[in-house]
Design a protein around this ligand. Structure first.
Ligand code: HEC
Length: 179
């Protein structure tokens, strides 16, 4: 290859580069949007309010409000995912987890014949709707050290439905908290 040939190649490469740059420049001239004028200033403000409103919309209603519109039939269907480990009948057997008939209002970790974790036995107090809502939401967060190997029910509405179903599993159903 002599230097003349090399020059031709270099020229071709340069030419291609120039062409690419030129096209980019031209495209920018044609398509570049004009910088926004004064009217553009309204936009950032609108975006800010939209950004602030979004997380609030995603926030959950407080439990009494969710319970007021909860559906025990839907809750029974949702409780299928608990049935691998829990029975729900009166006098039902303890399985991987304790029988849950009458769990609302019952002292935590108190079902006869079930070997609870030390963490559950130490938790103390009776199961209120509020406690159950937190436990079913994130078991390990509410009772750190629990042996309930269940990730939790993320939907607040679904948890309320499950609580409404648990309410029916009682000889003396416990009233929902007032909104
Ligand atoms: C993988 C098995 C498993 C699944 C699935 C499961 N649990 Fe449990 N659950 C357990 C175990 C084990 C315990 C005992 C926890 C301890 O002693 O720390 C328990 C304890 C509980 C308790 C406390 C009962 C008491 O007598 O104090 C409640 C309430 C409960 N589970 C509700 C539920 C609900 C509602 C679901 C479904 C949304 C569910 N669990 C899904 C295994 C499970």
């Amino acid at each position: 290859m002599d230097s003349f040939e090399l020059n031709k190649i270099a020229g071709a490469v340069l030419g291609a580069l120039l062409l690419a740059m030129g096209t980019g420049f031209l495209a920018e001239l044609i398509y570049k949007p004009k910088p926004a004028g004064d009217r553009g200033y309204a936009l950032p403000a609108a975006e800010e309010t939209a950004g602030a409103a979004a997380p609030e919309a995603a926030k959950e209603e407080p439990l009494p409000v969710r319970l007021a519109s909860a559906d025990a039939t839907k809750g029974q269907a949702a409780a299928k995912k608990c049935m691998a480990c829990h029975s729900f009948e009166k006098g039902g057997p303890n399985k991987v987890g304790p029988d849950l008939y009458g769990v609302v209002g019952r002292p935590k970790g108190s079902h006869e014949g079930f070997n609870y974790s030390a963490a559950m036995k130490a938790k103390g107090g009776d199961w209120t709707y509020d406690d159950l809502d937190h436990f079913i939401h994130a078991p390990k967060q509410y009772v750190s050290g629990t042996i309930m190997a269940f990730a939790g029910v993320p939907s607040g509405a679904e948890r309320a439905d499950i609580l409404a179903y648990l309410r029916t599993l009682s000889d003396k159903p416990v009233d929902f908290p007032k909104p």
